[in-house]
Design a protein around this ligand. Structure first.
Ligand SMILES: Nc1nc2c(ncn2[C@@H]2O[C@H](COP(=O)(O)OP(=O)(O)OP(=O)(O)O)[C@@H](O)[C@H]2O)c(=O)[nH]1
Ligand SMILES: [Mg+2]
Length: 647
């Protein structure tokens, strides 16, 4: 299955999921089961599936054919080149292609001068008016390509300006751009580009990241420290004739090599195989050469040969545009698309559906619990009324008084339930403080200062060690606190259950220890900048400043995610308590109502019991229906949901 097909299927699954979720929501509402806690969970699941993005980043030395490959795989349908691809350095700034329904089709460009200001890329994303915007006409490929040409724009600046922008270093002159006779140098005109268009794949949540040749001085640390680690898949491109060169290897080692499971997210492309199709060698000889390049490259990069594919992006694009089957086959482009689709996306889909499955399980548990509470209440009511058969008015009145007394007692004990809530909130407050932005900032302050000290940064490595050790300790402390809160919840829920016959169950606690791994990854991605070879680069105040900001914005993401998880756990516990209280109050009202009716009309008793029994039968059906509906949400994309939802 090609990348495009696999992605389509992913889209179909997401659409079906959204539809099934909506039907479940309607059904819950119809049966009076849509409690606030359940609504929250449904909304969360909906957002999770809807906003799921898959980022595929194309990374390589300059001129290896990143942009051409993007054209061939994604944009051949436009019948021409869309991303600029030409000899020499072409793509000058990281370019993200995606789709956001809230924004009209456009290209947004962030001027390079923003590097002079102390804001991270994430901050700039939230300030859309600071970007230059060009509207795109997706029905006019020529206009589209012309507009996107802008990502190749450069500016001439003096060496001083280049230094300020992070493109010139007096200490590492070899990496500097060539100066013209008048001393000026060329720098990119833009810092980042965002292309928003309703391409079918982008609409389904695919984000493509095209990057400039990475080994250049002045590469955006935010690209390597923040964007690349977020990509679900990275396509690393080499030249088929040279294989892994020294500078390819540097890029790979510094930014892309991963260990363990992460390896599966890497795909290596030996591009431009057409340059090896020469008239003097037989096709078999060429194939042999290519096969040995694949083996060698896989060996050097520590991947399996299966992850290294040899293609011709240019011929693939040409073949697709001209519908030339033979050339398409020779270009081997389709094999690459299959690898992208089945291996990379298929895996992503598995991760998403298992995450969603957990959410649905909890939803089912919470809803089932509510159905059971109601059903148990009904049984009790029926028993109560059965006991009244043949009794005189005095006994009935007595019963009414007893229920009213019970109700008053229950209302009075509200304080006890409130006390559980307030202990819970107090404990949570400490946990939230531990994960707060303020706390994080103060923990990182020593490191920030070390990074911002002028000149050669002594002790930065040590500051990283210390800070990350502290952050890890904090995180495991936070994890311990969450564990304590969970024990407290379990204990108090148990005693409330015993005392009031509730069926409270402490929700799954957040797994904060998992964020220690994220901290490790962030630290690892920064260590590359601290080597001796990088001391000079790190000595530039602009570079160090950007590194510090990039660090902070990534840490913030980890902390925010952790806070959200704690938030969800808290809400789920609170919502359960609220729901049980509400149910109980409703139960008292119903019982009193039933007795009053019996008091008013003598024949009311049998009728009321029958009513309750019908109600009970219906509730039993709800249980089965709920399992059926949630099973469907967990089902694979191609199973038809329609007939199950008719009832
Ligand atoms: N012969 C041949 N040329 C190719 C192939 N793929 C790309 N090229 C050419 O190589 C040159 C560079 O391609 P780009 O796509 O601009 O390379 P890039 O990796 O995006 O380079 P930067 O944007 O500068 O980092 C262009 O002239 C392409 O047409 C290929 O498969 N075969
Ligand atoms: Mg390019």
């Amino acid at each position: 299955m090609s990348f495009n097909q696999e992605f389509d299927q992913h889209g179909v699954w997401r659409k079906q999921f959204a539809l099934r979720l909506r039907l479940l929501a309607e059904w819950l509402t119809d049966h009076d089961l849509m409690e606030p806690g359940i609504r929250e969970r449904l909304d969360g699941l909906h957002a999770q599936v809807k906003n799921d993005k898959i980022m595929v980043a194309f990374v390589a030395e300059f001129s290896r054919g990143k942009s051409e490959l993007i054209n061939a795989v994604f944009f051949a349908g436009y019948g021409r080149r869309i991303m600029p691809a030409s000899a020499g350095r072409t793509t000058m700034c990281p370019t993200e292609l995606g789709y956001d329904a809230e924004v009209p089709p456009c290209l947004r460009l962030l001027p390079i001068e923003t590097r002079l200001q102390p804001l991270s890329l994430l901050d700039w994303r939230n300030a859309p008016d600071k970007w230059e915007r060009i509207d795109l006409d997706v029905n006019d490929p020529k206009q589209l390509a012309r507009a996107i040409q802008k990502v190749a724009e450069v500016r001439r600046v003096t060496q001083d300006e280049a230094r300020g922008l992070g493109f010139w270093s007096d200490e590492a002159p070899d990496d500097n751009p060539l100066a013209a006779a008048d001393g000026t140098v060329e720098v990119p005109r833009w810092r980042h580009a965002l292309i928003n268009m309703a391409h079918p794949l982008l609409k389904q949540g695919l984000v493509i990241l095209d990057t400039p040749g990475l080994n250049a001085i002045g590469a955006e640390p935010e690209l390597t420290v923040s964007l690349l680690p977020q990509a679900q898949a990275v396509v690393f491109i080499l030249a088929a004739d040279t294989g892994v060169t020294k500078s390819d290897l540097t890029i790979w080692r510094q930014h892309l090599s991963v260990l363990g499971e992460g390896k599966e997210s890497r795909l290596v492309v030996l591009n431009k195989i057409d340059t090896m199709w020469d008239a003097l060698s037989s096709p078999e000889q060429v194939q042999l050469q290519i096969a040995s390049q694949r083996m060698d490259s896989a060996e050097i990069l520590g991947l399996s040969p299966r992850q290294v594919l040899a293609v011709s992006a240019q011929k693939g694009l040409l073949a697709k545009v001209n519908r030339d089957k033979k050339l398409l086959e020779a270009s081997n482009l389709m094999e690459l698309e299959t690898a992208l689709g089945v291996d990379l996306l298929g895996q992503r889909r598995k991760i998403l559906s298992s995450a969603v499955a957990t959410g649905i399980q909890s939803l089912r548990v919470e809803t089932t619990r509510m159905v059971h509470t109601r059903s148990r209440d009904l049984v009790e009511q029926i028993q109560e009324l059965e006991g009244l058969r043949g009794k005189n008015a005095g006994v009935i009145k007595q019963m009414r008084l007893r229920i009213e007394q019970e109700q008053a007692d229950f209302d009075a004990s509200g304080a006890k339930i409130q006390a559980v809530r307030s202990v819970h909130l107090r404990l949570l407050k400490d946990l939230f403080a531990m994960l707060s932005a303020t706390h994080l900032k103060s923990e990182v302050s020593v490191l920030s200062r070390a990074l911002r000290q002028p000149g050669i940064k002594l002790g930065v490595r040590r500051a990283y060690d210390h800070t990350f050790d502290r952050l890890r300790t904090d995180m495991s402390k936070a994890d311990g606190m969450a564990g304590d809160i969970q024990s407290m919840l379990e204990g108090s829920f148990k005693s409330l259950n015993a005392e009031y016959g509730f069926s409270l169950q402490a929700p799954t606690p957040p797994q904060l220890a998992q964020y220690i791994r994220d901290l490790d990854l962030i630290e690892k991605s920064h260590l590359q900048y601290l080597s001796l070879g990088n001391a000079l680069k790190l000595a530039q105040p602009e570079f160090a400043e950007r590194l510090a900001r990039a660090l902070m914005s990534r840490l913030r993401v980890v902390y925010d995610t952790a806070v959200n998880e704690v938030e969800l756990w808290n809400k789920s516990a609170a919502a359960q308590l609220d729901a049980q209280l509400r149910e109980r109050r409703r139960n008292f009202t119903r019982r009193i109502e039933a007795v009053s009716r019996i008091q008013q009309a003598a024949g009311g008793l049998d009728e009321r019991i029958r009513e309750l029994q019908t109600h009970q039968a219906k509730l039993n059906l709800l249980d089965a229906k709920l399992s059926e509906l949630t099973d469907h949400l967990l089902a694979a994309p191609d199973e038809e949901p329609a007939e199950a939802l008719a009832a």
